[in-house]
Each structure stands twice: as C-alpha cells, then as structure tokens.
Design a protein around this ligand. Sequence first.
Ligand code: C2E
Ligand code: MG
Ligand code: MG
Ligand code: MG
Length: 294
Amino acid sequence: AAKAAGKSCVRTAGHAIDSAMGRRAQLAADLPAAIEQEQFRVVYQPVAGVEERRILGLEALVRWDHPVLGTVPPDEFIELAEADGLIVPLQQWVLRTATADFADLLAGGRDLKLGVNVSVRHVQAGCLAPDVAQALADSGVPPDRLMIEVTESIMLDAEDRLQSDLSTLRDMGCIISLDDFGRGYSSLAYLARLPVDVLKMDREFIGGIETDPRGAALVAAVVELGRTLGMDVVAEGVETAGQLHALRDMKCRYVQGWLLGRPMAAQDLPAFMAAFDPAVFDTRLPNLDTGVHL
Ligand code: C2E
Ligand code: MG
Ligand code: MG
Ligand code: MG
C-alpha cells in the first residue's frame, strides 16, 4: 500500500523530513547557550472549576524565545533537552521562575494552585524531589499549592525511582497529577502504580466530545473512573462552549483550554482574573477565543 501511494509522495515526505531535521539540529545546537543565557519564559494557562465557577489554578508552560527562529514551543525542545542532560538545569529554571511568579500572586491574596510539568529524565538524574523542595523553600510557596504534572510517556527503567520521588513529593504535601491521561497505552498501569491525585484527560478526547458518541462515552467513563478512585479529573483542550457544557453534564469538575483562557505572561494574570466572566459556565456563549497565540 505504501508503494502504491506513489513516488512523488515519498519525495515530498523526504524533503519535509530534511528541513525538519535541519531545524531540529539547529535547536539542539543552540540549546546549551540558550539555557546559559536564559532565553526562556514561562506562560500560565488558567484551570477553572465548573462548580466553583472561577479560576482555581494555573499551569506553567515554558517557551523558548530563540533569537533567530522566534518563539519555539516546548514540544520541539523538551525532548532535545532530555536527550542532552540539559533538562535538569532547564527544569530548575522553570521551577524557580514559576514558583517566584506564583508567590507574587499568592501575596495578592489569591486562592490558586500551580501546576508544573516535570520530565522523567529529571527523576532519573536523581534530583527532582530536592529541586522541587528548593524552589518551594526559596519562593515561600506552600507545598500543597504545587501540582506536579507527569506524563505517562515515561521509560519503564525509571519507574521505581519515579514512584519513590512522587511519593516523597506527595509526603511533602504536593499534588501529583497524571498528564495527558489516555494518550499512551500504559495509562491504567501507571494509575495502578503511581501515587496520583489528579487525572488530566488528554485533549484528543475532548475534541470529539460533541460529535462522536463513542468519544463522549470514553470521556464520561474517565470522569467516572476518577470519581471511583477519589481523583480529581481535569479536561484539557476545552475550546468550545459546547464541549464545556458536555463536560459539565458529565460532572467533570475541572476544565482547561482556550475557551477559558490562553497561556499568558504572569503580569497579565491579575487583569485576566479580574475580567473573567463566570457566565461562560451558564449558557451557550460564542467561543471567547481571542486568537492570540503565545
Ligand atoms: P501539557 O502539559 O499537556 O500542556 C497542555 C498543552 O496544551 C500546552 O501546550 C497548551 O498550550 C495546550 N493547550 C491548552 N489549551 C488548549 C486548547 O484549548 N487547544 C489546544 N489545541 N491546545 C491547548 P504547550 O504549551 O505547547 O506544551 C506542550 C507540552 O510541553 C506540555 O503538554 C508539557 O508536556 C510540555 N511542557 C511544557 N512546559 C514544560 C516544562 O516546563 N517542563 C517539561 N518537562 N515539560 C513541559
Ligand atoms: Mg501539563
Ligand atoms: Mg496534557
Ligand atoms: Mg504533555
């Protein structure tokens, strides 16, 4: 079947891969200096409570401001940093920056939680729990405000270590969430073995919730699974009012996505939260997407 697809397709694909490799190689080559020069920034995306009808938390998401290529998304460089051992200094920087920004918000009297994504390479390097503890101590953020987000796309050789690190963090008071839940193939196995408080349902499932009855049934089943296990469930990638209302009807309590708010700079958060309109939870409003991509 691949042969029947025709030679021109193969050539086109080959060309696309070549230029992708060029960019990838450039990013890999530039990464050490970028970390040294701190060419990164952290943006924050709101997470809302459907019952509370307000913003309950923020997820820290890193961006690379490349001097030539412009803003580079984490999906393009986290993997490179992981391959190079650079993930630890990068992650330390993210932890320090995000907790410092967050401490300012808490000082303003806000009741919020902060989610930070972590890499299993950091776990393998043996310093995730101490680095998190350090960032909390330096910033003064209480541990029970911090949610550690791990993805299941983790190598099995680190699993014992991961289990013990997450347990350490949980004993400190941190919240543990399993990110991109449902995307991989080992979600249920991880759920059985890791100390998890929160399930973040992958946005792939949310996209079809209004149009695909099977997709909707799956989402409802994950919400029910969370309830059975005593875990909170967050739906990621909520883009439309219809999706939000379907999730609300399924009793999914926490939502994150462009409908509620795009990732934004820390300095823009107070104004965003002041302007946040809980009416989004009530009726079928038009999409509030501002079209601003960060
Ligand atoms: P994630 O943790 O699952 O983060 C959610 C991603 O979905 C973010 O992409 C966010 O911008 C995007 N998103 C949010 N709402 C919507 C929506 O309504 N529609 C769509 N289409 N997308 C939405 P982003 O910022 O590009 O990050 C991608 C991934 O990179 C993250 O996925 C996370 O796994 C990883 N990442 C980000 N920051 C860090 C970090 O500091 N450290 C590590 N280790 N990984 C990070
Ligand atoms: Mg995440
Ligand atoms: Mg996710
Ligand atoms: Mg992810």
